[in-house]
Design a protein around this ligand. Structure first.
Ligand SMILES: O=C(O)C(=O)Cc1ccccc1
Length: 317
């Protein structure tokens, strides 16, 4: 059997690459860089990859809208793709330039950078640094931080700089001018790990996320299981959202986050993303199944996006 194939947002050296490598480090996995998040999802749906590791939320900057839009799956492209795990990565950004541009390093920097490149998620994580040193400098969104590094590594005429991972600098041969430019030292991105639930090959490979590392055997039993459910409601019906949320309470499911994205069916109507947790027990093992059945009565559409082990419940236990 071929090794486990893990899709992530490339090119090599992205934060997604780091998260994929770290979360599958114990398994001999073939890491497959993709050009975009939709490409990674398509690889799963088409059974070209077994898993995909995609950023969903950052502790400084909040939810990743591109990922929520993928999960909304408005065109039904990724029917069999579900979450099966999560991974928290501490994210340190560097400012990097074309090799040899500033031989004296940051100490000699003369203010000549005219354009900055990075993934949209990164701007908001480095705002203090950028406001201090690069106020008014043009910012260009690119597909990933490592793509930004690749662009400045190849540029010949412009004075550009990229915000990216230290590994991206090694990968693409750029010079790091400043390290750790993120606003907060605890800047962390949560990645979700996805699989195709109908892919039998993937099922046989049995990737099982470990219990959080700091958990002792006894408290391992207390690891929270998280579930993600998306739904739409009848916006003209007073209390429709309250009715839906009460179902989680009725089944002992603790709400841990709520997000919305436009439904794109009608303006000012939304798709709701509800994440909830439970500590597994004999009594509540059917809780998610029952909640989904009840939700189908009070929602217009409703989708189970998977259940996985909470990798932070060690610190919550
Ligand atoms: O662009 C990357 O490197 C990604 O993997 C997306 C991203 C961007 C910024 C923080 C975490 C993940």
């Amino acid at each position: 059997m071929t090794p486990l194939r893990v899709a992530f947002l490339g090119p090599l050296g992205s934060f997604s690459h780091q998260a994929a490598a770290e979360s599958f480090c114990k398994l001999s996995a073939e890491l497959q860089p993709q050009i975009s998040f939709p490409d990674a999802f398509a690889a799963l749906q088409n059974k070209k990859a077994d898993y995909a590791v995609i950023p969903c939320e950052n502790s400084t900057n909040g939810s990743v809208m591109q990922t929520l839009d993928l999960l909304a799956d408005r065109d039904g492209l990724y029917k069999d793709v579900k979450v099966c795990g999560e991974y928290y990565l501490t994210v340190h950004h560097c400012l990097m330039v074309h090799k040899g541009t500033y031989p004296g390093g940051w100490a000699d920097y003369d203010g000549s950078i005219t354009k900055l490149y990075t993934h949209p998620q990164a701007w908001g994580q480095c705002e203090t640094f950028l406001t201090k040193y690069f106020k008014g400098v043009e910012r260009q969104d690119v597909a990933s931080t490592s793509k930004a590094a690749e662009i400045v590594s190849k540029e010949t005429t412009e004075r550009g700089a990229a915000i990216a991972n230290r590994f991206a600098a090694e990968q693409h041969g750029t010079d790091v001018l400043v390290e750790n430019i993120e606003d907060r030292a605890d800047n962390t991105t949560r990645f979700l790990i996805f699989r195709n639930v109908l892919d039998e090959r993937t099922a046989q490979l049995k990737f099982e996320q470990p219990n959080p590392p700091t958990l002792e055997a006894e408290s391992a039993l207390k690891t929270t299981h998280k579930t993600l459910i998306t739904f739409t409601i009848d916006h003209s019906s007073p209390g429709a959202l309250a009715d839906a949320l009460l179902i989680f309470k009725a089944h002992g499911l603790n709400l841990t986050s709520i997000n919305t994205r436009p439904s794109l069916k009608k303006s000012w109507q939304y798709i709701f993303f509800v994440e909830c947790g439970r500590t597994p027990s004999d009594e509540n093992k059917e809780a998610v199944h029952k909640a989904l059945n009840d939700l189908r009565h009070v929602t217009e559409t409703c989708r189970d996006l998977g259940t996985w082990k909470d990798q932070l419940s060690a610190s919550n236990a």
